[in-house]
Design a protein around this ligand. Structure first.
Ligand SMILES: Cc1ncc(COP(=O)(O)O)c(C=O)c1O
Length: 426
């Protein structure tokens, strides 16, 4: 299917006028960008050109072209994170980033001068995670705990919760562990959690980690393209962010940032030539023969974003529509939007970037199976998608807003769900 790729003309207004610049089917109501991202046709076209270049001469591609292009792409991403490109490497996705960092625990223990994961008093060191950790990262923490020998501390987080309360709970968990003679070695944190889809005060959590000498591992899967980032200010030890979710880079692309002092202690999950002569970049740049063209679409994705008006314009427009859409969906459901709590207890939209969470008009006792059926049915019959999840004893839906969305997409989503629910209760 052909789609528009000509950026020499001015960009149309945000909303449905932009749909022709993506490959969305006319029946698709794309209200769930947060899950898999959406690649603009322009970016896909540039990727196809790169694939052709690769096939024209594979030796020339892998030996002479790829490394230079990887460097060019990283150099363009780095300013969006406010770090040096030398401190970044590509990984396929956030899951790979989490695996690379957390599964490097044995070498990171050495980096911190520890001979093992067990303290001299016999107690295992701990890995801390919040209960809202992404479902695919939770097992990575568990795997590392099981194989290396750590305790796992789960900090319960239920929204609505104020940032002060959240940070306070993490601090309390670190202190409680110390009181028991233990020590938290690393904390798995989010910049924006998956469900609920909310902004986390990760800068404050990173500062807390520094205070207690805990390694901060920040899952920024949803961050770049959705919120402004300044890693020089927030100073995480590790941070990874998908480029394919919110930055329009072709699918299968994320970057991993590592603080300089730890770069020689982390390794990709796939070990190859780079390990013999280790350097952060050489290890991550080559993990066996692969199609690296998604990474190389960073320049095209950023060009497309500049054409739309640039980072701030995109962020602000999507946030505005997201707040509006969330309230509209809540109105149709006769429920409520998940709002943040200020330190003084007042509710506000501080949790919302380009994703929002709305309570579903179903009783808490509805089964997971029913919700999975709802999800599959509306996807199949109406091409509508959302993230359905249970949190704090209630069912919620997470919506996402992208540049091609208009308010009526969310009206269709909410009415589609209502219709399905009515058909089941009839
Ligand atoms: C918070 C969070 N972390 C990690 C991931 C995994 O991303 P990927 O599947 O691209 O590895 C997701 C995906 O939605 C996520 O929401």
């Amino acid at each position: 299917m052909s789609a528009k790729t000509d950026l020499s003309v001015p960009a149309p207004a945000f909303g449905h006028a932009l749909r022709p610049y993506f490959h969305l089917a006319s029946e698709c109501i794309p209200t769930n960008n947060g899950s898999f991202g959406t690649t603009p046709a322009y970016v896909l076209e540039q990727r196809i050109k790169l694939l052709h270049l690769m096939e024209e001469n594979p030796d020339r591609w892998f030996e002479l072209i790829v490394r230079k292009k990887l460097q060019e792409s990283l150099a363009q991403v780095a300013p969006l994170l406010n770090v040096s490109a030398a401190d970044l490497a590509f990984v396929n996705n956030a899951t790979s980033g989490a695996n690379a960092v957390l599964r490097s625990a044995p070498t990171l223990l050495a980096a911190k001068g520890h001979s093992s994961s067990v303290l001299p008093n016999g107690r295992k060191r701990s890995l801390l995670r919040l209960s809202t950790v992404y479902g695919g990262v939770r097992p990575v923490v568990q795997y590392v705990a099981d194989t290396v020998g750590f305790n796992v501390i789960d900090v319960p987080v239920e929204y609505p919760i104020s940032d002060d309360d959240l940070v306070g709970r993490v601090e309390q968990a670190i202190l409680d562990e110390q009181r028991l003679g233990g020590s938290v070695f690393a904390a798995s944190l989010d910049a924006i959690t998956s469900v609920p889809g909310v902004i986390v005060p990760f800068g404050r959590l990173c500062a807390l980690c520094r205070k207690y000498d805990v390694l901060s591992v920040v899952d920024g899967a949803h961050a770049i393209g959705q919120i402004e980032l300044d890693l020089a200010a927030t100073e995480p030890d590790f941070f990874f962010t998908n480029l394919h979710k919110w930055l329009y880079v072709a699918r299968g692309a994320a970057v991993l940032y590592a603080r300089k002092e730890y770069q020689s202690f982390i390794h990709p999950t796939v070990i190859s030539f780079g390990y013999a002569n280790p350097s952060f970049r050489s290890e991550f740049d080559y993990t066996g023969t692969a199609d690296l063209t998604p990474y190389l679409t960073v320049p095209a994705a950023l060009e497309f974003r500049r054409w739309l008006g640039g980072e701030q314009v995109i962020r602000e427009r999507n946030h505005k529509l997201c707040v509006e859409a969330a309230h509209k969906v809540a109105e149709i459901f006769a429920t409520e939007v998940l709002l943040g709590l200020g330190s003084d207890g007042t509710a506000g939209t501080g949790l919302i970037a380009n994703m929002a969470n709305i309570a579903l008009p179903v009783p808490a006792g509805v089964s997971d199976e029913t919700m999975l059926t709802l999800r599959a049915d509306i996807l199949q019959s109406k091409q509508i998608a959302g993230q359905f999840y249970k949190h704090a004893g209630r069912w919620w839906i997470r919506i996402s807003v992208e540049v091609y969305n208009d308010l009526d997409d969310y009206v269709k989503l909410a009415e589609g769900i209502k219709e399905w629910l009515a058909s089941k209760s009839a």
